[in-house]
Design a protein. Structure first.
Length: 170
């Protein structure tokens, strides 16, 4: 038995037969190739283990988001007994400035994550949309569309047009 670190290069993954796979920071994988190759490589194992660890990340079509959506489906539908899911994320209408939310979504607070460090990052997050997106994804485990927003969502929400027919003649 041996542990082997794999890089993002998926060449040479075919034909592997891993018993245990640890995907760290799944959201950062560029595409589904690594995940899919390793998952299918475990098919011949009687009790394979794949552990996916990640903060939320960016992008609605990211690897992290795809795996997250399936995990949420399993949690809501109790549909896959072979999958254990633990997700630390804020409730639906959370207040990103609420320190209790920070504690809820950071299970290691006081150990490797300190409230003081979160306070420092929070102050930065209040200064720009980019920093806020980073804070939300890295420290509150909230998926964001991107870190380079020019406007905050609430700044443009009031000009949202639901039906383009509403603009006829304007």
């Amino acid at each position: 038995n041996k542990f082997k670190v794999l890089t993002k290069n998926t060449k040479g993954l075919e034909g592997k037969n891993p018993y245990f796979v640890l995907n760290d920071e799944l959201h950062a994988q560029e595409n589904m190739d690594m995940y899919d190759n390793l998952k299918s490589a475990q098919i011949s194992r009687e009790q394979p283990i794949m552990l996916n660890i990640s903060t939320a990340g960016k992008g609605a079509s990211s690897v992290g988001m795809r795996v997250y959506k399936y995990a949420k489906f399993v949690l809501e539908n109790d549909d896959d007994d072979s999958l254990f899911v633990a997700i630390w994320e804020p409730n639906k209408n959370y207040d990103w400035e609420d320190r209790k939310v920070w504690e809820m979504v950071n299970p290691n607070i006081g150990v490797s994550v300190t409230m003081e460090t979160l306070e420092i990052e929070f102050k930065k997050a209040k200064q720009s949309a980019h920093s806020k997106a980073e804070f939300l994804s890295k420290h509150l485990n909230v998926f964001v569309n991107g870190a380079d927003n020019y406007f905050e969502h609430d700044q443009v929400q009031h000009v949202l047009v639901e039906d383009l027919g509403d603009l006829t003649g304007e």
